[in-house]
Design a protein around this ligand. Structure first.
Ligand code: FAD
Length: 320
């Protein structure tokens, strides 16, 4: 068993950025083993994606043509299983994403492979793969090993590894995946749109509210505070799920990334990894939370352990 196999993720003909993060993730690992890195493009038209993964760190692009226009977990599972059986990689990397949730665990269980999700660090040490993931709501880091497993499949957390920028010309190959009946039928692709025009990705100053605000009626107080501060109002997922703010204002893994943000004030947000995925890169993060042990404080530059309503009122007073 040797080599690292990356399963590329794409949507509607475009490579998802997390794929390139996996390429970077593989670099550190292969230094230990001298492994080559192959990226599998499992798609209806894999040739259209090849240019996007022709980056430094990729030795080979494996095109796997399948008859699935949209993501199909059955098709992915069959193709990935066949790839692993044929190529016998030591390590398989997939994103820790909604798509991978649909096939990765099944591949690992059926193949008897080592498996860990939400991995943010891994290395080859003393003849085995060791993966690190969070535990107990990110309060501890857990090292996972895989005794007796020749193949290890890791679902790697997004926004941890910086994607490579330099272009390259990897070798190209093709692979024929078994054709399997699919239980999924795509009817329509639906892109949730925000019901207001705010572009969270472009906002430089975000005041984000979380479940700590308690109830919908309290949104207004923080909307007024954001306006007074000149900030764009964002939120964690429960707030968007409850319909208290439009989905387009949600920051995080399944929401927007605060890409241009320089100052992020998180009020009543615990700091779940899915929220951090969209904002932890921001240079100045200020967190207000009543719980001194909240995870958000681990990435905040400035932390206030206190009541968000009291702090909001004090800020309004200051502005006046
Ligand atoms: P909670 O975790 O409930 O935290 C509320 C916080 O408020 C607590 O820390 C509490 O101490 C504090 N608090 C309460 N009252 C006060 C007060 N009066 N003053 C001060 N502090 C107070 N979440 C996202 O945000 N974005 C995503 O994109 C996202 N995507 C996800 C994708 C997947 C696949 C999954 C499984 C989950 C996703 N989530 C996402 C949900 C995520 O796991 C958390 O559930 C969510 O971020 C929690 O939101 P929260 O911090 O607002 O709420």
């Amino acid at each position: 068993m040797s080599g690292i196999l990356i399963i590329a993720e794409h949507r509607r003909g475009e490579l998802r950025p997390v794929t390139l993060e996996l390429v970077s993730a593989a670099q550190g690992a292969r230094r230990g083993t001298g492994d080559s890195v192959a990226v599998a493009l499992i798609a209806e038209a894999p040739e259209c994606l090849a240019a996007s993964v022709s980056v430094q760190g990729v030795d080979e692009i494996v095109s796997v043509k399948v008859s699935a226009r949209e993501f199909d977990p059955d098709v992915l599972e069959a193709a990935v299983r066949a790839l692993i059986e044929a190529r016998k990689p030591s390590l398989v990397l997939v994103p820790h994403s909604i798509d991978a949730f649909g096939y990765a665990a099944a591949v690992a269980a059926r193949g008897g492979y080592g498996f860990a999700t939400d991995v943010f660090r891994f290395e080859y040490s003393q003849d085995q793969w060791i993966a690190t993931r969070g535990g107990y709501g990110q309060k501890v880091n857990v090292e996972v090993d895989f005794p007796g497993k020749d193949v290890v499949l890791l679902a790697v957390r997004g926004s941890v590894f910086k994607p490579p920028e330099a272009a390259a010309s990897p070798a190209q190959s093709t692979f024929t995946a078994p054709s399997v009946p699919s239980r999924v039928r795509g009817l329509e692709f639906f892109e949730p749109s925000s019901s207001d025009d705010v572009d969270m990705a472009a906002a430089e100053f975000i005041l984000a509210i979380g479940r700590g605000i308690g109830e919908e009626a309290n949104v207004q107080q923080f909307r007024e505070l954001a306006d007074a501060l000149g900030a764009t109002l964002g939120c964690s997922r429960p707030i968007a799920d409850a319909g208290w703010l439009p989905k387009g204002r949600q920051i995080g893994q399944s929401g927007k990334t605060a890409a241009a943000c320089k100052l992020y004030i998180a009020m009543g947000i615990s700091g779940a990894i899915q929220h951090l995925a969209g904002m932890k890169h921001v240079s100045t993060i200020v967190a207000v939370n009543a719980d001194a042990a909240a995870s958000i404080f681990s990435i905040a530059r400035y932390g206030i352990v206190g009541d968000i309503f009291e702090i909001a009122e004090a800020l309004q007073e200051q502005i006046k």
